[in-house]
Design a protein around this ligand. Sequence first.
Ligand SMILES: [Fe+2]
Ligand SMILES: [Fe+2]
Length: 411
Amino acid sequence: MSRALPPSSGEIDIDENRRLLNRYRYIAHEGLPVLAGWLPATARFELKCELGRALWEDTQHVNALYLRLREIQSPAFQKPADAALVRLMQELLHAPDELALAVAFWRVLKPALHTALVAHEGATFPNSDLPSVYALGHIVLDLSRQVARVETLLDAWEAEGRFSPAVAAWESHVRALLRDAGGVSGREPRGTVPAPAASVWRTFVPAVEAARDERFTDLGSVGRVAAPPPEDAYEEHTVFEFERYSSEMLAAETVALVMFHHFENMPWEFIVDAARHLYDEVRHCLMGYEWMRRHGTDPFGTPQCLNIFKWRSQFRPVEQYCLLTMGNEVNAFPYRHRRVEEHRRAGNRLSEQFVRYDIADETQHVRFGNRWLPELLKAAGESRSPEQFTADMMEIWHREYKSGRLQLQVE
Ligand SMILES: [Fe+2]
Ligand SMILES: [Fe+2]
């Protein structure tokens, strides 16, 4: 029995298809360093988590478009020959504040991208171009959920009066830039005169201190963290253990910074791994939040240990990456495995499950470290061998971090 194929629209031919897919890829791709740069500087906790999640999701989108594009153009990654689109994406980093940044992404750019992808799905040849339709359909699903999640947050913050006047000014600037680019597709009417420079435009300086919102009452590592309960004091130590998980945002912030600084000179596969790495750390942080909420404690009251991020940020990005992966992450496994055994013995299923998932993620992070550290060293122009470099950095890590001046068992 033969089955009728859906009618071919074919409004978009293969050359136009290639041009459009390249624009979608470029928009998603160029958004990544912006989100990564802003993650440590963003104070509002829920927004910081969404930046981390979007970094990972958007990396999947770029990758899906990359896999399709490499079938129809070479090289797969090409800068669009549209100065207005390039300008739009370059401007996003210079948002006046984090809520203006969020509005530019989730009220302007991503809804426009969503609309363009939906239109594309129905305008290309559905059978001949099925691999594109398949990729776009999945991206559309992700984007609609992502936009809905962030829009819920933005609506609430706007209603609470958290938007500065610069938010509206930035939103209209970004809308004007998008119009100048002919929209996401480049096929919409463009403005006759390019949008002027925005008065609220801000020079972007990567954060050297991690931002937290006003709900966090203890930004340091004083009090309880200074004297962790011994591991054999099971109940007390378990509280400590999950409080520490809640500060793993620090690791996400460090990986985001490394990604930001090396976005241009590292292979795409590194960006994919770094995005996963940093989003895992956001999830580990949220795992701590979930555990504490289930146990009736307020995660916002726990010490944030921001001095760890500040300490790491004094080093070059490649050094930060080495301190994190070869110091904290490589060395955490004996402790984590002891905790799994303790939770098992205590019949504490939730804690056991959480730590076992953490171990699975951290195993990948060490793999990422081993894979990418040699590449990062080359990109950073480092002359020492990976072995010598790691040995030198571990001396610093043992002397300045593990010695107790900063806290272990974070990240
Ligand atoms: Fe990790
Ligand atoms: Fe972690």
